[in-house]
Design a protein around this ligand. Structure first.
Ligand SMILES: *[C@@H]1O[C@H](CO)[C@@H](O)[C@H](O)[C@H]1NC(C)=O
Ligand SMILES: *[C@@H]1O[C@H](CO)[C@@H](O)[C@H](O)[C@H]1NC(C)=O
Ligand SMILES: *[C@@H]1O[C@H](CO)[C@@H](O)[C@H](O)[C@H]1NC(C)=O
Ligand SMILES: *[C@@H]1O[C@H](CO)[C@@H](O)[C@H](O)[C@H]1NC(C)=O
Ligand SMILES: *[C@@H]1O[C@H](CO)[C@@H](O)[C@H](O)[C@H]1NC(C)=O
Ligand SMILES: *[C@@H]1O[C@H](CO)[C@@H](O)[C@H](O)[C@H]1NC(C)=O
Ligand SMILES: *[C@@H]1O[C@H](CO)[C@@H](O)[C@H](O)[C@H]1NC(C)=O
Ligand SMILES: *[C@@H]1O[C@H](CO)[C@@H](O)[C@H](O)[C@H]1NC(C)=O
Length: 837
């Protein structure tokens, strides 16, 4: 099986080595439109019309690394008292500050399969960013989606399934933006591994190229971004890597064609930090804002700022393109109501001290920089709820769980215990010490506190008068033997960590080196189980680990995956272990029996530069791959147990009649310009006596203006005449008829056990074609059921749900192949099915 896949990959690899990206120019200009953007667009146009050239440039360009308080700040417009935008990590809370919450990871919230929790978490995170004065929260994440299980940042996103990810993106974005903060959907696109994502460390001169064909792009990687745009996301962040040998920050097919034209994105595209590699070319390709503003970390120079001023003054970049950048930025700002908030930026990313430098890189202006504003509200309760609701019960034999006042328990493993240095001992969580509740990198936040499992379990034991023992040292076999031998239950905790590539932990450079447990974890689990026939295994892992042996060990009576649950970790797992919470979570990735079973892997060494990552497996990642090659996993996608049982019955399908699909026709208006631009270079110089801060990025130029060689810019790049709309586009998320409802599917779900529970009903479809996956997820719902109670799961299948992408017509098409709908409890447990007519 594996060999045939590898052979196909090798053959196709040579064909792909020359992958190129078709040009698409000009960059589509924002239009507001009839949707929710119109009002914001109108306000943005009025604002931008009153700006000077330099003020406009200021809003497109970051001030440089550590130039201001946030991880990214644009320049400001002092004349209008406009402070510029503050962009701040992360997708799970406010990074680099204090008095904030540390939320469960994206992957965890996805495992709840609850749209209510997706949105509540987004809203709580958004309100914390708002309370700190942030304009743009840098999240949520749909890239990486999880092509390779070892991918270092998979946990920042939601799931390796595009539909689950898409729904989670949309609800998270609505939550964040309802709180008055702009969300930034990232990383666009193909950033599926950390190794060689950037040309750093002198290892390669270029970032890798993710070579992705058009069908795979639409049916897998772009899908959740379409949901993000449809949900009204204000910003999209492009990734570091190249796609088809063109950098994502200046790939006109990605930015102009797919995102701004086909998906009709009306907000702004910001670069990942230093992902921009050129000035003018990126402007033409659709980039609207550059971060951190400097060409490289604290390099003091910039591709935009002064250089964009020059490019407008010398006629290379037309005014309409600059105006469009700023209108897009300001549309997003108005859309979420930033004009209605007066909260100043009250923290500083570069120090937690009350006083510090206002400009940290330059070490200038020592003043008060932190007000320590507490933004946590009552979010701890939500974090605990998500922690419990995201814990997947993978195995439960001999009625091991829930625990009920046991006589004795032993809690074993470093992963159950506190990091002796405190939960924030390692910068950006760049270590695996103590219990794991967050991965590492920029996608993190400081913990206000972290409840370790041992703390909550000891408290529960004291309450129940349960005899309690614990050992934190994974290698102290003597102490472990003494603690677990004869205990009613041995609770053993183990983990596996990963993160972003700028930190290497235990030789793992972002991506994991393997799919086994860390810190002697597997040997520890085996040892405990050899001594105690009631061993309960709790996993804090960033994704799949090889579990087959533990699954098959009869002494391991229960296995739970708790993922990366955030600050309430111990309370949440105790809720589940003791049955205060009945597990509802289902696994959001496949647990394979070996790493080879996944068919794709991280490429750890670059034999070429740029490294060519050929996504030849197409849409067949995770469960689609396991299904295609008939590989039996340890636990399949969508799987998870409960303390009760459910029955599925009564599948009904009703055909609706939305009428035929009409491709979008017509043309845009001409590119508008807003206000007057003074083209006199003398007026673009630093004002007399201006005190320029070292390393800071400004819009000003020095005269005389250097003249470069005239260059051949891409054809059409400066063309502001009306442009054709494309058939699959026309409204945010694509042609609005893609969301027409075609069939109503309903099924009955009954709680056949003895306790109340929440069942995640899942709907899959087979699209019938020879190249279609066996099944793909299309919908899900969380049904809360008392014992004996039945509820109806209902979903309206849309045109998009039934379509394949047709690269020839560049549109979605419903094929003639017979289609089958399945409803059930996991991707491989689908008791109900019916043909669509
Ligand atoms: C990459 O190349 C493939 C194969 O030619 C093509 O189908 C796809 O549209 C290209 N994608 C981009 C972003 O250029
Ligand atoms: C551009 O932004 C910088 C930084 O906020 C500010 O010092 C400068 O005055 C701004 N320039 C203009 C022309 O508004
Ligand atoms: C403009 O870009 C050029 C080429 O990258 C660079 O050498 C120069 O320093 C930039 N100018 C500024 C003011 O950063
Ligand atoms: C105009 O300015 C831009 C940015 O500095 C530069 O790249 C380009 O070469 C200039 N063009 C001419 C003709 O001077
Ligand atoms: C915070 O304050 C302490 C004590 O004054 C000082 O040693 C430290 O350098 C400060 N940290 C930063 C990042 O400014
Ligand atoms: C048991 O847990 C406590 C924290 O609750 C810790 O202080 C102690 O070191 C642990 N015991 C062992 C043997 O690891
Ligand atoms: C896998 O990686 C972890 C973390 O580096 C390490 O602790 C473990 O020993 C590795 N497993 C194997 C089988 O090498
Ligand atoms: C299960 O535990 C018992 C001790 O209760 C031990 O004798 C036996 O070898 C264990 N079995 C396995 C598979 O570890």
């Amino acid at each position: 099986m594996w060999f045939s896949v590898a052979t196909v990959a090798a053959l196709a690899a040579s064909a792909n080595a020359q992958a190129t990206s078709p040009p698409s120019y000009p960059a589509p200009w924002a239009r507001g439109g009839t949707n929710e953007w119109q009002d914001a667009y109108t306000k943005a146009v009025a604002f931008v019309s009153g700006l000077t050239l330099l003020e406009k440039i200021n809003l497109t360009t970051g001030v440089g690394w550590e130039g201001q308080q946030c991880v990214g700040n644009t320049g400001s417009v002092p004349r209008l008292n406009f402070r510029g935008l503050c962009l701040q990590d992360s997708p799970l809370g406010v990074r680099d500050t204090d008095e904030n919450s540390a939320f469960p990871s994206g992957m965890n919230v996805a495992a709840t399969w609850s749209t209510r929790l997706f949105k509540s978490r987004g809203n709580a995170m958004g309100s914390e960013h708002a309370g700190k004065g942030v304009d743009v929260q840098l999240g949520p994440v749909a890239g990486p989606i999880g092509r390779v299980p070892e991918g270092g940042r998979n946990w920042e996103g939601f799931s390796s399934d595009p539909v689950l990810t898409g729904v989670a993106m949309a609800e998270t974005i609505k939550g964040i933006q309802d709180a008055g903060v702009i969300a930034s959907a990232k990383h666009f696109i193909g950033n599926e591994q950390e190794h060689f994502r950037q040309a750093v460390g002198g290892l390669t001169k270029f970032a890798y190229s993710a070579n992705i064909d058009d069908v795979t792009m639409h049916e897998l990687y772009l899908w959740p971004f379409a949901d993000a745009v449809r949900a009204g996301v204000g910003s999209v962040m492009c990734s570091y890597n190249q796609v088809n040998n063109s950098y994502a920050s200046q790939n006109s097919h990605l930015l102009n064609y797919l995102l701004k034209n086909e998906l009709d994105f009306q907000g702004f595209i910001v670069s990942d930090w230093w992902a921009q590699v050129t000035g003018v070319a990126s402007a033409f390709a659709g980039l609207d804002m550059t971060m951190a503003g400097d060409q490289n970390l604290a390099s003091g120079d910039t591709f935009w700022g002064s250089n964009l001023t020059l490019a407008v003054l010398n006629g290379t970049v037309p005014q309409w393109r600059l105006d469009d950048m700023v209108v897009r930025i300001m549309s997003s700002w108005y859309k979420v109501g930033r004009d209605k908030t007066a909260i100043p930026i009250n923290f500083n990313s570069w120090t937690l001290n009350t006083t510090g430098f206002a400009h940290a890189q330059a070490q200038e202006d020592f003043t008060q920089v932190n007000w320590h504003v507490n933004v946590q509200d009552d979010h701890a309760a939500l974090i605990r709820e998500i922690g419990g609701a995201s814990t997947v019960l993978l195995k439960n034999t001999k009625n091991a769980l829930p625990l009920n006042k046991p006589k004795s328990i032993a809690v074993i493993g470093e992963d159950a215990h506190d990091n002796p240095g405190g939960p924030n001992a390692c910068g950006d969580r760049g270590c695996d010490t103590g219990t794991l509740a967050m991965g590492w990198g920029s996608g993190t936040a400081n913990f206000p506190y972290l409840i370790a499992p041992v703390t909550a379990l000891a408290a529960q034991a004291a309450h129940d008068k349960t005899k309690f023992a614990n050992v934190s040292d994974n290698y102290d076999l003597k102490a472990i033997a003494a603690a677990v031998t004869g205990a009613d239950y041995a609770l053993v905790f183990a983990n596996a960590d990963s993160g972003e590539d700028y930190i290497t932990v235990d030789t793992n450079q972002g991506d994991r080196n393997n799919l086994t447990l860390w810190g002697n974890g597997d040997a520890l689990v085996e040892y405990v189980a050899s001594l105690n026939p009631n061993t309960i295994l709790v996993l804090h892992t960033v994704g799949a680990v090889i579990l087959e042996a533990h699954k098959n060990n009869p002494n391991i009576t229960a296995i739970l995956w708790a993922g990366l649950p955030g600050q309430e970790s111990g309370n949440a797992i105790t809720d589940v272990l003791y049955g205060k919470v009945n597990p509802q979570a289902k696994t959001v990735f496949t647990w394979g029996k070996s790493r080879e079973d996944y068919g794709v892997d991280v490429v750890y060494t670059a034999a070429e530069d740029p490294l060519q990552l050929n996504f030849n497996e197409g849409v067949f990642i995770d469960y689609r791959h396991f299904d295609k090659y008939n590989i039996e996993p340890t636990y399949e996608f969508g799987y998870g147990l409960s303390y009760t049982t459910y029955k599925y019955s009564n599948l009904k399908i009703e055909k609706l009649n939305p009428g035929p699909y009409q491709p979008t026709h017509g043309t845009t208006g001409p590119a508008p310009t807003f206000g007057h631009i003074d083209l006199d270079p003398a007026h673009a110089e630093f004002p007399p006596g201006f005190n320029a801060i070292p390393f800071y990025v400004y819009p000003y130029i020095s005269t005389p203006v250097p003249t470069g060689e005239p260059q051949n810019w891409p054809k059409g790049a400066t063309d502001g005449s009306p442009q054709p709309l494309i058939g699959s586009g026309g409204s945010p998320g694509g042609n609005r008829q893609l969301y027409d409802e075609m069939y109503t599917v309903s099924a009955t779900v009954t709680n056949t056990g003895h306790v109340k529970g929440t069942e995640i009903a899942q709907l899959y479809i087979n699209l019938g074609g020879p190249n279609d996956p066996k099944v793909v997820l299309r919908a899900f719902d969380d049904l809360i059921l008392d014992p004996g109670e039945s509820e109806t799961f209902t979903y309206q299948l849309t045109r998009r749900d039934l379509s394949n992408w047709d690269p020839v017509s560049q549109n979605w098409v419903i094929s003639n192949f017979p289609k089958t709908v399945y409803v059930g409890a996991s991707s491989r447990n689908l008791p109900l099915s019916a043909r669509l007519h």
